[in-house]
Design a binder for this molecule. Structure first.
Ligand code: PA5
Length: 447
């Protein structure tokens, strides 16, 4: 087994092995394009060899800033949306104790997130919740002009400044943004915030391994060196010199492309550990924004199992046969917990006595896989030995690389998101932003 194993045996009812093998040339060519920049979006390929370029100096600079924030705050509000939010949230949720909030003693600051919605209630409750705690903020926006994080930052900045004064606030706020452009860069320079740069050639949804993800994660005590090491090893494992059959990203890209061409228009990413819920959210953004354009693309959906077997499970088993399922499967849980025997056995569970919960979960996973495959839903399994920073870093890069290849196989530019602008224009027009007066008038008539 490689770092991550990709098992595509259970797709063969829908797409044949010959059909997957026939994609070898196309996928290998796509991988080469990711390195030579000859494909669409060639200016946004900085992420491809990013892990290998992250040196100890860069990591130490991030860690030093993270330590400084951690020494000042019990709670760090991380402000960002889309690619400036989901990667951090995904790794944080996967690595954090699920019940951290209830722990009396926090070794590291808690991360709370803002800027990924415009909910007045969410933001009010956040401001109220942080009142008793020492706070700091990391504000992240590549463009530096995105409305949601800008609104949240204005509120959090005011809270920090009114509590600590402007001079102290500048020590408690760090900005991660473009090197030169954007309102956030201007503001950070003027206010004297420490800053980290999001490289020009790394798009938001491919930026988790830049300070976008590394800084808040380090502040929360996540071992970012291990995260990067996993990504570095996966970068090597998916290089152009690795044969198709042994390149996990190539296999995954080929399998899902073959299935798409056989009518599987929806891919459900599932896992049997709720810790991976936000990895699925991150994955949905990565694939949805990269592939969903020009009237094409697999629709990325997600489920958390076994919970969703009691909701979406019905549809997956017997609904429209346009689905494929990709399961991120974790080999070994971190903890050991066994089911005890009960003298009365009123719940009838004694047949499970002595078994680990993880074993029960595994059998649920295996049974479900076979049921779904029998029901006409092809299954791809992505197997990780365990869930730690190393394997998570490998998984994130694995998905990024496969996304680039899949996007090129689909014939789209996997590194732009022109469709995201449509809602912004309407929102600006309806809010009366200067320059949008005419559109505002038109839109209001239609409401
Ligand atoms: O992938 C992307 O580029 C987007 O999802 C962005 O990350 C998102 O729109 C946030 O943009 P910004 O970081 O410029 O505020």
């Amino acid at each position: 087994m490689g770092i991550i194993n990709v098992n595509i045996d259970k797709i063969y009812g829908r797409a044949s092995q010959a059909e997957v093998d026939a994609l070898k040339g196309e996928i290998e060519a796509a991988n080469r394009m990711l390195y030579d920049g000859s494909g669409k979006g060639g200016d946004f390929l900085g992420w491809v060899s990013l892990p290998g370029r992250i040196g100890s100096e860069e990591l130490e600079a991030v860690e030093a800033c993270a330590r400084s924030l951690a020494s000042l705050a019990d709670v760090i509000v991380v402000i960002g949306i889309g690619g400036s939010y989901l990667g951090t949230k995904a790794v944080y949720e996967a690595m954090n104790d699920s019940f951290q909030l209830l722990r009396k003693k926090q070794d590291r600051p808690l991360l709370l997130f803002a800027g990924q919605n415009l909910s007045e209630d969410y933001l009010s409750e956040l401001l109220a919740a942080v009142k008793p705690y020492r706070i700091a903020a990391i504000v992240i926006s590549k463009s530096g002009t995105t409305t949601e994080p800008a609104v949240a930052f204005r509120l959090i900045k005011e809270e920090i400044e009114s509590r600590y004064g402007k001079a102290e606030a500048s020590k408690r706020i760090v900005a991660v943004t473009d090197a030169k452009r954007g309102a956030l860069r201007t503001l950070a320079t003027q206010e004297g915030y420490a800053t980290f740069v999001i490289p020009d050639n790394v798009g938001g949804r491919y930026s988790v391994l830049t300070p976008v993800g590394l800084l808040p994660l380090a502040a929360a005590g996540v071992r970012i060196g291990e995260l990067v090491r996993g990504a570095q090893d996966m970068e090597k494992a998916t290089g152009t010199d690795v044969p198709f059959e042994r390149n996990p990203s190539a296999l995954y890209a080929a399998a899902r492309t073959a299935l798409y061409r056989k009518g599987c228009k929806i891919e459900i990413l599932g896992s049997y550990d709720p810790k991976l819920l936000y990895v699925a959210e991150w994955w949905k953004q990565l694939y949805g924004e990269s592939e969903g354009k020009e009237g094409k693309g697999i629709f990325p959906a997600s489920v958390t199992l076994t919970a969703d077997l009691h909701s979406m499970g019905q549809y997956i088993q017997q609904g429209e046969r346009t689905l494929m399922e990709t399961i991120v499967s974790i080999g070994h849980p971190k903890h050991t917990l066994k089911i005890a025997s009960d003298a009365d056995n009123l719940d009838g569970l004694n047949y499970l006595a002595g078994k680990r919960i993880g074993e029960v979960n595994r059998m649920a996973e295996m049974g479900t896989m076979l049921a779904h495959v029998d029901g006409g839903v092809p299954n791809i399994r992505i197997e990780l030995p365990e869930l730690d920073e190393y394997y998570l870093g490998a998984l994130l890069y694995f998905f990024e690389k496969a996304c680039g290849m899949s996007g090129y196989a689909l014939g789209v530019n996997p590194f732009d998101q022109p469709g995201v602008e449509a809602y912004k224009k309407n929102m600006f027009a309806l809010l009366g932003k200067p320059g949008y007066e005419e559109q505002g008038e038109e839109l209001r008539k239609r409401l």
